[in-house]
Design a protein around this ligand. Structure first.
Ligand code: ARG
Length: 561
């Protein structure tokens, strides 16, 4: 139900060009009504005081069953809704199955969670993975077709170093056996050699050149490394509930760079600086975008730009969103500009979305992998905590390990999504497990409470033939919950527009808190049958919305906990 529009439509005498619907806001406290229209901004046009204007609007209002009473207080026109009539419409609406079509027929590509292969995923990857996944789900909610793209980092001298390491002190068998652990060892050892003797720098470069030239001996080793490392990354993504449609990485798109360079030349966009091919961006207050190094190898920017051309060809995207840490702002600004200068018609559809840092309090998690904050260590640590918590619960739970996994994933994902996208955050694991306060287990537990009430109802009164609902029993807590459910869809749209799922996370948390308040003040399964039916309708709708909300923020709902 669009309450703001309904209220705006009641106003008889309107000032032209004023959108009343946009001006009506939710009241901060219930004694000021449910919604209000502040009349201060009309003062200038009408040359009257706001209070008088509010009184005039009040006298022009059409009658409506949805409005109980109207009051004017200090320049505000306050609307008190008719709880019974409005709840009836909202709850019928919320419980209906409907498909959202705002994004139908539109394709959104989201490039996120892209790791540099042959290295451990670190805890920072949690942010891009979870925000990216949540954003994807938000777009899908509104009917968009989403393509999840992972631009894996499988290009560059680190691969020369690792292969150098294999040749000097390792073996491919070891890599096959120990996976990323072996790759990291070789990389670290090779770096130590390099620090002592410069010739190793050249060796790594030479090996990487051979990879690029698909050298018979070297290239298969490179392929094995990439395969093993990608498989490992995909396993970790799965632990977090993330899966991609397209894993073509930097090496794949590198093959299109020569074509790109030819085009840039034809369009007169290239110039040479110290042997490198660059696009001068001084006119736009940016350092030059380097497209090709003096040794003829490509750069991050040229590979990204080539990828965008190929991806546009493949997906005909309406939006292409890149999700990375803020440190990459300039990189994207630069090559987006180059795409624009090339008159690529999709240039205006490119969008970079960045996020703040994610860290742990010092010394929190011990790692067998040295000082690095490795993602899998965090995942394992959080899972072990979840198992402890589950063990402490008094009642029997069917599959404790399954529940522990779902709780731990929720704790991890919520730790990312509860913070505004752009802000830095420190993840306090201990606090995140509390059943009180704003935590994921609190939300999951709330859901199980609703489930259990609904179960009880279905086993008892739910069997009665009387399906009538009497909403006159709704108190302020029930009505607040109803109104919040009503605005959930537009809250999600706001989150999508802002590219910030933390707004959904906040809304879901608010709904849980509002439910718990309602639960304290209301005996759900007491009263007449029609009164109970009404409260159950509220809870059915809430369960549906929470399930959807949980799914949007990558949290599993549980039946019991
Ligand atoms: N692999 C890069 C990194 O770890 C992130 C890639 C982001 N996506 C892109 N198309 N540039 O920093």
């Amino acid at each position: 139900m669009n309450i703001k529009k309904m209220l705006a439509d009641l106003i008889g005498e309107k000032i032209e060009n004023i959108n009343y619907e946009d001006l009506i806001i939710e009241s901060i406290s219930s004694d000021k009504g449910d919604y209000c229209l502040p009349c201060f901004s009309f003062s200038k046009i009408l040359k009257k005081n706001p209070n008088q204007i509010a009184l005039d609007i009040m006298s022009s209002l059409k009658k409506s069953d949805y409005v109980e009473k109207v009051e004017v207080v200090q320049g505000y026109l306050n609307f008190f809704l008719n709880i019974k009539a409005v709840s009836n419409v909202i709850l019928a609406d919320v419980n209906k199955d409907k498909e959202l079509t705002l994004g139908s027929g539109k394709v959104v590509c989201i490039d996120y969670g892209s790791p540099n292969l042959a290295k451990y995923l670190h805890i920072g990857h949690l942010k891009t993975l979870i925000i990216g996944e949540s954003l994807s789900r938000l777009f899908e909610m509104f009917g968009y077709t989403v393509k999840r793209l992972n631009f894996v980092g499988d290009y560059g001298t680190p691969f020369g170093k690792i292969i150098g390491g294999i040749q000097l002190f390792g073996s491919i068998e070891e890599v096959k056996k120990r996976g990323n652990d072996a790759l990291q060892d070789y990389y670290i050892k090779f770096n130590q050699l390099e620090a002592q003797d410069e010739k190793y720098t050249q060796l790594a470069r030479d090996i990487f050149k051979k990879i690029e030239q698909k050298d018979e001996e070297i290239y298969p080793i490179y392929e094995t490394i990439v395969k093993i490392s990608l498989k490992d990354a995909i396993e970790k993504f799965k632990l977090l509930g993330v899966e991609f449609d397209d894993y073509r990485g930097e090496m794949y798109f590198n093959q299109f760079v020569p074509e790109l360079i030819e085009r840039l030349k034809r369009q007169n966009l290239l110039s040479i600086s110290q042997g490198a091919q660059i696009v001068d961006l001084s006119e736009y207050d940016m350092p030059p975008a380097i497209m090709l190094k003096s040794d003829g190898t490509s750069l991050y920017a040229s590979r990204d730009l080539s990828a965008s051309i190929v991806r546009y060809h493949d997906y005909k995207f309406d939006k292409m969103i890149y999700l990375t840490a803020v440190e990459q702002d300039l990189h994207f600004k630069q090559w987006f500009k180059v795409a624009e200068l090339m008159h690529e018609d999709y240039a205006s559809r490119l969008e970079h979305v960045s996020y703040g840092r994610f860290s742990l309090p010092d010394g929190k998690i011990s790692s067998r992998r040295g000082k690095q904050a490795v993602l899998v260590d965090l995942i394992e640590y959080v899972l072990s905590k979840a198992k402890d918590v589950i063990k402490d619960r008094k009642f029997e739970i069917e599959k404790p390990l399954e529940v522990a996994k779902k709780v731990s994933r929720a704790v991890l994902n919520y730790s990312v999504l509860k913070v505004e996208r752009g802000k830095d955050c420190v993840f306090d694991v201990e606090k995140a497990f509390s059943f009180e306060g704003e935590t994921a287990p609190y939300m999951q537990y709330t859901y199980t409470r609703i489930e259990s009430i609904l179960r009880k109802y279905n086993e008892g009164i739910g069997n009665s033939k009387n399906a009538e609902c009497d909403y006159s029993c709704f108190n302020a807590d029930a009505f607040l919950l109803t109104k919040m459910m009503n605005s959930f869809e537009s809250d999600c749209w706001q989150a999508l527009v802002k590219r910030d799922p933390s707004f959904v996370a906040k809304r879901v948390m608010d709904l849980c808190k509002a439910f718990n308040k309602f639960y304290t003040s209301t005996k759900v399964l007491e009263g007449t049958i029609s009164e109970i039916n009404a409260k159950i309708k509220l809870l059915n709708g809430l369960k549906k919305i929470l399930k959807q909300g949980f799914d949007l923020i990558c949290i599993d709902s549980l039946k019991e906990m």
